[in-house]
Design a protein around this ligand. Structure first.
Ligand code: AMP
Length: 210
């Protein structure tokens, strides 16, 4: 199995080559084909399995053409949001897509500038995203792909209400990708409510990070 067999577009294959990846990790091999088909996905995979690329690559492939605010990735912490945005930016660099990165504890200036640039992809922590929405700085009405990453941690940190509010502002026709290291009942309940007939990928094999 190589990345070409997965059906990713040449611009993305080029970025993967530049990153030096030779073959998909198990979670990538399992998750990318159904996501490319447009299916919802529950992925149980920890950090270190290659899960970020498992959702970022097919999401980028499906977006390809620019268009404002069509993908949203939610993460529990600033550190994770930064990592996810870096992945989207790197893998998407030959597609000319724009990103906004939103998290709390910092001033609004740079984030407002990014939102003013009509980003294709928004990566955010829940609290700051709701602040921006409340101020009318962005609208989730055109979201095609919603990614919820590290959902077990998100719920442990008490974000269930915020996450629910955010999901309700996105179109029902969206594709939803949920990733979590563990799938306790609380995560399963959220998945049952927010996802539609999801494909499942359960992976516990870590790769040695480059
Ligand atoms: P993640 O689980 O997304 O945090 O990724 C863990 C690490 O694996 C990161 O350093 C990635 O750059 C790296 N990685 C992701 N996909 C691959 C791959 N197909 N081959 C080698 N390394 C990868």
């Amino acid at each position: 199995m190589n990345f070409k067999d997965l059906g990713l577009c040449p611009e993305i294959l080029r970025s993967i080559e530049e990153r030096g990846y030779e073959e998909p990790t198990p979670v990538q091999a399992k998750a990318i084909p159904p996501i490319l088909e447009g299916r919802d996905m529950v992925g149980s995979a920890q950090t270190g399995t290659g899960k970020t690329a498992a959702f970022a690559l097919p999401t980028l492939h499906r977006l390809r053409e620019p268009g404002e605010c069509r993908a949203l990735a939610l993460a529990p912490t600033r550190e994770l949001a930064i990592q996810i945005e870096e992945n989207f930016r790197f893998y998407g660099k030959h597609l000319g897509l724009k990103m906004a990165l939103l998290y709390g504890g910092v001033k609004y200036g740079k984030q407002l500038e990014q939102l003013g640039n009509k980003p294709d992809i928004v990566v955010a922590t829940p609290g700051r995203l709701l602040d921006h929405m409340g101020q009318g700085n962005l609208n989730l009405g055109k979201i095609e792909t919603l990614i919820l990453d590290e959902v077990d941690r998100m719920l442990d940190m008490g974000f269930i209400e915020d996450v629910t509010k955010i999901i309700q502002k996105t179109p029902r026709s969206r594709q939803t990708l949920l990733f979590s290291a563990t799938i306790p009942d609380s995560v399963r309940r959220l998945a049952d409510w927010a996802l539609n007939d999801p494909a499942e990928a359960k992976i516990d094999i870590k790769i040695t990070a480059a």
